[in-house]
Every structure is written in structure tokens, then in C-alpha cells.
Design a protein. Structure first.
Length: 191
């Protein structure tokens, strides 16, 4: 992870110390109180274009953009649309930080908090707010594959000296063959 807590309220990111990003993302909390006053079928669009870094609990995202349509229903509010963002990850071969795209599709019914069937995160609180943070966090975690590569032909690190082979070669002895397997190696070299 690129952000490491330092214990003094600051965050260490790629060797530099910065102030922590607030997890209380007002951008991911939508005020839908005005929609609740309208009749069923009334809709409104929200456009997102946020270049700054946001923290959705333990997932850090950048360049959030997209459009959501909110439609009033008798039970609550239906959210439809797509949000796109990027998150910082490390390549599993060369450990270089890289950006990974995230797409968060929305097609959810947010129920009124007075509804007995309502359960978080798909609930509109008493203040008339919808919090998208849990959904963005969940989709952000699921969007990142287990083994991320910075590029498909990443050559990784040298196991002896740690040189990034994408940046150049090293002077390490590349092949240390077990003498018992030398005859198998000779077969491979003949082909």
C-alpha cells in the first residue's frame, strides 16, 4: 500500500510525509432530501469530476468521474450509473507503483431509514443523505486483481541484486544450474 501511518497523524507516501486524507468524504455523501419531497418518478443527475485523492476507508482513489441518475420511488431512491476512478497499486514483479482503473456500476435501491427492511449500506439516513463510501470501497477492492502487472511484459527484479530489469540489466550470474540437471539444460539448449 502506498500510504503508511506514521503514528503522529501524518501519512508516509513514497518516502514523503503528507497530511492524512479524510475518510469523511463529503463528495461520496449525496444529499437526497429534496428528492424525498418529490413524487415517485422524479429524477435528478449528479455529475462527478474530482481530480483529488479520496479515501473510502482503506481504499484510496484518484480522478473520480462519472454520472449517477437518482430516481424517486415509493420505497426510496434508485441510483443508476457508473463512476470511474483510479487507485494506486504495486506491480507484483518489479514493485513499481502504478495506477489501476476502477469502474463502479450502480443499480441500487436505497430505502428510507423508516423502512424495517432497510439495512446499511443501502439506506437513506434521517438527514436525507446517501453514503456511497461503502459501495465505492467494496468495488475498489474487488476491481484490483490479486497479481497486478505494471505492463504485460514486466521483467521483474533480479533475485540476486534487486535491480529492476525493466530499467536495465545487471552483472549478476543469471544461471546457476544444479549439476544434476545439466543434461536437461543441454536438451533445452539444443532446441
Amino acid at each position: 500500500m502506498p500510504y503508511v501511518p506514521t503514528g503522529n497523524g501524518f501519512i508516509k507516501c513514497n518516502g514523503t510525509v503528507t497530511t492524512p486524507h479524510k475518510t469523511d468524504n463529503r463528495l461520496l455523501r449525496l444529499n437526497v432530501g429534496f428528492l424525498l419531497k418529490e413524487g415517485a418518478g422524479y429524477s435528478r443527475e449528479f455529475t462527478f469530476d474530482e481530480p483529488n485523492t479520496l479515501c473510502a476507508q482503506d481504499v484510496t482513489i484518484h480522478h473520480l468521474e462519472g454520472r449517477l441518475r437518482l430516481t424517486r420511488t415509493p420505497q426510496g431512491v434508485v441510483l443508476q450509473g457508473m463512476l470511474r476512478a483510479q487507485t494506486s497499486v504495486e506491480c507484483v514483479r518489479c514493485l513499481t507503483p502504478c495506477e489501476w482503473p476502477i469502474e463502479v456500476p450502480f443499480e441500487e435501491l436505497f430505502l428510507l431509514s423508516t423502512n424495517p427492511e432497510a439495512s446499511p449500506p443501502y439506506v437513506i439516513d434521517e438527514g436525507g443523505f446517501i453514503d456511497l463510501t461503502p459501495i465505492v470501497r467494496e468495488e475498489g477492492i474487488l476491481a484490483v486483481p490479486i497479481q497486478v502487472l505494471c505492463k504485460p511484459d514486466c521483467q521483474g527484479l533480479c533475485p540476486q541484486c534487486g535491480q529492476n530489469r525493466n530499467e536495465g540489466s545487471c552483472d549478476c550470474d543469471q544461471e546457476q544450474i544444479d549439476p544434476r540437471l545439466a543434461s536437461l539444460r543441454a536438451l533445452l539448449d539444443d532446441q
